[in-house]
Design a protein around this ligand. Structure first.
Ligand SMILES: Cc1cc2nc3c(=O)[nH]c(=O)nc-3n(C[C@H](O)[C@H](O)[C@H](O)COP(=O)(O)OP(=O)(O)OC[C@H]3O[C@@H](n4cnc5c(N)ncnc54)[C@H](O)[C@@H]3O)c2cc1C
Length: 391
């Protein structure tokens, strides 16, 4: 495959690399240790146009394609701070694509434009304490009162949950799959959020539990059509899963490079550990896996550019494969670092605990296998409506 990156992508890569070097890398240890996600980073990212690389110019983006998003993700992985990366992606690639795809002009001006500038922080609120994979099982309701909705319920594990200025919120507006999406302003009376602190990793991300108590939401907040929310969500998942595959690949590649460097530096039994065949073969298998992850995720990016959410087969395959295999690669990188890998010093411990989320978030591996097996065995094009929903 010829490189998909143009000179414009390379210019972006260079300027974002400088941003990562000066604005992110120096703070990684502090943000991780204090378990904080700073609002200021969003403002700086927006000011420099890094949120909008793949969004239309008319809303403040750069109008580039998904390869620009890949470029940003690959450079951000060099800072090895999965938590912050997740917060930034949960702002850009979870709630904003759906606003861009189906929002009204007024909704785009009110939410998309300031979010791309980093002036408003966004979140996507789907998961609830009692329903995650089973999106159709959510119980947060939006009761239709004519000119407004009354929202009641709660959401769990929402990235940027306590920081967000607005949430693309999944609510029940009828029986079964009759869900809708609302652009929920977090200043609304009756809304509250508490931080979820006891996470295995992703320490520098904000995770919240959200509560909605008789929140009055105007009808103008309805995103797209009422009762079509389930299909919008399924459609929007494709971009989220693609970003997960890209990020997982970049993290695995970063850990492999680190392990290779360490093998040349570290001595045991009078020689560099890079001389031990068993470790050399570990690197060989890690390199094979990283290349396989990259090939799959790049192919998924290309199909997404050509077909949009209709590329869900290859996106599901890439998401399932990369998110499992990235864990394998980073675990091997830790093993190569021996006891030092278990310490915070080399950042491999952080990579390992952060990557563990990837096979749980954005659709678990089991759910990806469900989607793939339905396509492979039953020839189910169950997402036809989802593809139409995106418009
Ligand atoms: C740090 C963090 C950040 C997150 N950020 C967000 C966010 O920003 N927005 C948001 O909406 N959500 C977010 N989530 C939620 C995440 O998407 C869910 O945790 C995930 O979808 C799984 O849902 P669950 O936790 O309810 O697990 P469950 O759905 O209860 O799954 C439990 C187990 O059952 C398996 N399972 C479930 N159904 C099936 C099936 N049909 N077949 C086979 N196996 C099945 C699952 O694979 C899993 O192994 C976040 C989660 C975490 C931990």
């Amino acid at each position: 495959m010829a490189s998909p990156f143009t000179s414009e992508h390379e210019l972006l890569r260079e300027s974002f690399r400088q941003f990562v070097d000066t604005e992110i890398k120096p703070h990684v240890a502090e943000w991780e240790a204090k378990k904080i996600c700073e609002r200021e980073v969003f403002r700086k990212m927006g000011e420099r146009g890094f949120f909008g690389v793949s969004f239309p110019e008319q809303y403040g983006g750069s109008g580039m394609d998904m390869w620009a998003a890949v470029t940003v993700s690959e450079e951000l992985s060099q800072a090895n701070i999965g938590g912050l990366a997740m917060s930034l992606y949960a702002h850009t690639y979870l709630p904003l694509p759906v606003i861009n795809a189906i929002g009204t002009e007024e909704q785009k001006q009110t939410y998309l434009v300031p979010a791309l500038k980093g002036e408003k922080i966004a979140a996507l609120g789907i998961t609830e304490p009692g329903a995650g994979s089973d999106v159709g099982g959510i119980t947060t309701t939006a009761e239709d009162k004519g000119d407004h909705f009354i929202v009641n319920g709660s959401k769990m594990f929402i990235t940027n949950g306590t920081m967000a200025d607005f949430i693309v919120l999944a609510v029940r507006t009828g029986e079964g799959h009759n869900l809708s999406l609302l652009l929920f302003d977090t200043k609304t009376t009756g809304f509250s959020a508490t931080p979820v602190h006891n996470k295995l990793g992703m320490h520098s991300s904000d995770t919240g539990q959200l509560y909605f108590e008789n929140c009055i939401v105007p009808k103008t907040a309805l995103l797209g059509q009422k009762n079509m929310g389930f299909y919008y969500i399924m459609s929007n998942f494709q971009e989220e899963r693609l970003i997960a595959a890209i990020t997982g690949t970049a993290s695995a590649a970063h850990a492999t490079e680190k392990a290779k460097r360490y093998m040349h530096e570290r001595q045991a039994f009078g020689r560099p550990i890079a001389k031990f065949q068993v470790l050399r073969h570990k690197i060989a298998k890690m390199a094979i896996t990283v290349e396989a992850c990259r090939s799959l995720s790049y192919r998924a990016v290309q199909e997404f550019i050509e077909q949009g959410p209709a590329a869900y087969r290859i996106i599901s395959i890439a998401k399932a494969y990369v998110c499992e295999e990235a864990f394998y690669v980073i675990n091997e990188a830790l093993q190569i670092h021996g006891g030092w890998g278990y310490m915070e010093d080399y950042g491999i411990a952080r990579s390992l605990r952060d990557i563990r989320l990837m096979s749980v978030g954005a659709g678990t591996t089991e759910i990806m296998h469900e989607v793939i097996s339905k396509i492979e065995l039953d020839n189910v094009k169950h997402d036809k409506q989802m593809i139409k929903a995106r418009g």
